[in-house]
Design a protein around this ligand. Structure first.
Ligand code: GLN
Length: 257
């Protein structure tokens, strides 16, 4: 077992895709790594990045954004960067994409106005905004993670968060959901699925931000990154999640879970 691990994090367009405080996922992930002596390096994946650098990344994170920013991001992602991200995900690099970014990792996203945005096709999903007059999917969320779809079982299934999206996401034949909806809309407000998984990449609609409210998911991602990068299945030193668990308990009681 190595004594020191390091993780290079790629962060999709921090200035354009961090709606609803999604940068809090990066802060939480890095802090929980630092508390365990795991070094992290953060590289923004933005218009100034040379696509080759994506090959160095051990974890890719993308946050949410409005329709306009998604269009701007896809213009820059098209080509070498898209191919580099696709290769990483196909090789099993863990990733977490929240709201607007999993929409772009699917086949396409049709915004409320303007042309269809062709995606990377990594997730077998399609997303369609039903129009500006249709209600957005907004509110607190609770879900139950289907860990089997990520090839594992974890002691804690419940996830909590906040959603705010107009787009509705539909799973294709080969797509597996990340979680089942207990409260909220989830992917589309109809089929009770939340998010999507493919290999070690997770897409979900949970803002919040997501990881501070769900520390066990942050730790799962860390362990999976180390397993992929170093070939080691490790246990992480336990942290005192008393504050996080108290906040979760309050939410579960509020929502009658
Ligand atoms: N613009 C997308 C939608 O409305 C994503 C929104 C978001 O990332 N919060 O569905």
């Amino acid at each position: 077992m190595k004594t020191t691990y390091s993780i290079t994090i790629g962060w999709l367009y921090p200035d354009l895709m961090s709606t609803y405080g999604d940068r809090g996922n990066i802060i939480t992930f890095r802090k929980r790594c630092a508390w365990r002596g795991i070094q992290t390096t953060l590289i923004p994946i933005d218009s100034s990045l040379n696509a080759e650098k994506i090959g160095e990344m051990d974890f890719i994170f993308g946050g949410g954004s409005q329709d306009l920013e998604q269009e701007l991001v896809m213009r820059d992602l098209k080509g070498k960067k898209s191919e580099a991200i696709r290769q990483k995900i196909e090789k099993g690099t863990p990733a977490l994409f929240v709201c607007g970014s999993p929409q772009l990792m699917g086949h396409y996203y049709e915004p409320a106005e303007g042309k269809r945005i062709e995606g990377l096709g990594i997730f077998d999903i399609t997303s369609v905004h039903p129009g500006i007059d249709m209600p957005r999917c907004i509110g607190n969320t609770v879900g139950s993670v289907i860990w089997d779809n990520l090839g594992t079982s974890e002691p804690d299934n419940f996830i909590v968060g906040f959603e705010n999206h107009g787009g509705r996401t539909y799973l294709g034949k080969t797509a597996k959901p990340f979680a089942r909806v207990i409260r909220g809309y989830g992917n589309n407000g109809v089929d009770k699925t939340e998010g999507v998984v493919y290999k070690n990449a997770i897409g979900c609609y949970y803002h919040g931000p997501f990881l501070p409210k769900n520390p066990s998911v942050s730790d799962f991602i860390t362990r999976r990154i180390i397993e992929v990068k170093y070939g080691e299945k490790i246990d992480l030193a336990p942290l005192s999640d008393a504050l996080e668990n108290a906040a979760r308990k309050t939410l579960f009681e509020r929502f009658g879970v």
